[in-house]
Design a protein. Structure first.
Length: 197
């Protein structure tokens, strides 16, 4: 990588890091060009050069954090020998990621992310396909072996991740009735029962 490319990458990273800080401190409404350039120390021209717009920057930030979460989830199931232990590992990895990265997790579970996901569903899915593939392949192997019910993959994904996402959102919203450690103990078995044949 040339020095110019390296500087460009460092500038993009500074903008992404600053965008998360601004979002965490001020919410979606606080993510403005002025706030981003001030927090990052990067010029307006550089922001537009690297991301095209504030929405482009926030889209890249969402993809960065979604990618990190998917990598954690894929790694958790790769170490599992059975579908049942894989579901347990996946739930725990997701909830641990939420606890360890609350700012990134809040962004991922925000209404902003939902709106962007609806507007750019195909592009987001295509961009994450390589990261989703190991999870899909892993689950399909367990469907093919008869360990998991032969349901469409989208339904399996909903059954597995739906309760985890709902629990994470509630915890991230600050509800005090959610104990993530308890959820990590209880949810895997409940989810498992929903996908066995």
């Amino acid at each position: 990588m040339s020095p110019k490319q390296q500087r460009g990458e460092e500038t993009a990273d500074r903008l992404l890091d600053a965008a998360l800080r601004v979002y965490a401190d001020s919410g979606e409404q606080g993510v403005t060009v002025g706030a981003l350039t001030k927090a990052s120390g990067v010029s307006l021209g550089s922001l537009y050069h690297h991301f095209g717009s504030v929405d482009g920057l926030m889209s890249a930030l969402l993809q960065r954090w979604l990618g990190r979460l998917l990598v954690e989830m894929a790694a958790s199931v790769e170490r599992s020998r059975t579908a049942r232990t894989g579901i347990r590992a996946l739930v725990r990895a997701y909830l641990q990621f939420i606890q360890e990265n609350p700012d990134g997790a809040r962004l991922l579970h925000s209404s902003y992310a939902d709106r962007l996901g609806m507007a750019q569903a195909r592009q987001l899915r295509d961009a994450q396909e390589a990261r989703l593939s190991p999870l899909t392949v892993w689950m399909q192997q367990h469907v093919d072996s008869g360990e998991v019910a032969p349901l469409p993959m989208a339904l399996i994904e909903g059954l597995v991740l739906g309760p985890v996402v709902a629990t994470a959102r509630r915890w991230l919203a600050g509800f005090d009735d959610v104990d993530l450690d308890q959820a990590a103990r209880v949810l895997p078995e409940r989810i498992w029962r929903s996908i066995v044949p």
